[in-house]
Design a protein around this ligand. Structure first.
Ligand code: PAF
Length: 282
């Protein structure tokens, strides 16, 4: 296992790899690795000759400084976990200065409206921050494939758009959500939940499953109203949004169209900790 802190060192090593015709897979992360990340890394190991995992808590994608401050940092444990998966993984763990040598500001992208709804509506500039760091990381590593979890489905669609507008020849691969036994979607933020709240938060997935069950027989509007009412009855969870949108545009859907794929998306606060989840409906 080798850890690189600078772009220059990592690129020097990667240049020797490219000349050997090796395929490179990348898993960008913000650390605090959990079973969800393990599934991404294992898939990358299976499908590539070499895997690069980046660990970088990206300041420009946090619209809330308290969330950034409290974001779990577990570098030692992360390295130990990755070592268990494979000794051959390359870890890229740059400093803020390495990624943002001039100013710690995001670029401005035109994601064709994908960034204007849901997370984009409630977290100003979040996706410009994600785009900035992912573009930088992908340009540095130039993998053939990069792996992202479907828990952040909106992020996944935006990263696909990013590589299209930047003409990066990289396959962006979405991987299924990994859940705790209770159904709660795996997230680094779960670590900040008390045991009691972690149990309560299982309600999020239970409600999504109900929405899926009811989807074929109910209108979108009535389903959203039903789900919002369910959350109203939860004293420990505060719903920020629950939306049903088509997978391609991510725009809120009002009427179902036969040939479209829909998902329900949700963001919830549990004791100030923001949790998101989503489910495919058809
Ligand atoms: O999903 C994440 O962990 C982050 O948003 C990412 C893609 C690593 C960019 O910082």
């Amino acid at each position: 296992m080798r850890v690189f802190n600078t772009k220059k060192e990592l690129k020097t090593l990667l240049n020797t790899v490219y000349t050997k015709n090796c395929t490179v897979g990348m898993v960008p992360t913000m650390g605090a690795l959990h079973v969800g990340h393990v599934s991404l890394v294992n898939r990358a190991i299976k499908e590539n000759n070499l895997v690069v995992v980046s660990i970088f808590v990206n300041p420009t994608q946090f619209n809330n400084s308290d969330d950034l401050k409290k974001y779990p940092k577990t570098f030692k444990e992360d390295i130990a976990l990755l070592k268990e998966l494979s000794e051959d993984i390359l870890v890229y763990a740059p400093s803020v200065n390495e990624i943002y040598p001039d100013t710690v500001e995001p670029n401005n992208y035109d994601f064709d409206g994908l960034d204007e709804v849901m997370e984009g509506e409630f977290r100003e500039d979040h996706f410009n921050g994600v785009g900035t760091v992912v573009e930088e990381l992908l340009q540095t590593v130039l993998p053939q494939k990069a792996y992202f979890g479907e828990k952040d489905f909106q992020q996944l669609q935006i990263i696909k758009k990013l590589v299209a507008i930047k003409h990066l020849p990289i396959d962006i691969i979405g991987c299924p959500i990994v859940r705790e036994a209770s159904g709660l979607a795996m997230s680094s933020r779960n670590e900040r939940l008390s045991k009691e709240l972690r149990n309560e938060a299982a309600f999020i997935y239970k409600t999504l499953l109900e929405v899926k069950k009811k989807f074929s027989k109910n209108s979108i509007n009535s389903l959203i109203k039903w789900a919002e009412k369910e959350f109203d009855g939860q004293s420990k969870l505060t719903l920020e949004y629950l939306q049903i949108a088509s997978e391609d545009t991510l725009r809120p859907a009002f009427r179902k169209q036969k040939d479209k794929k829909y998902r329900a998306f949700v963001a919830v606060y549990a004791d100030g900790i923001r949790l998101i989840d989503n489910i495919a409906l058809n």
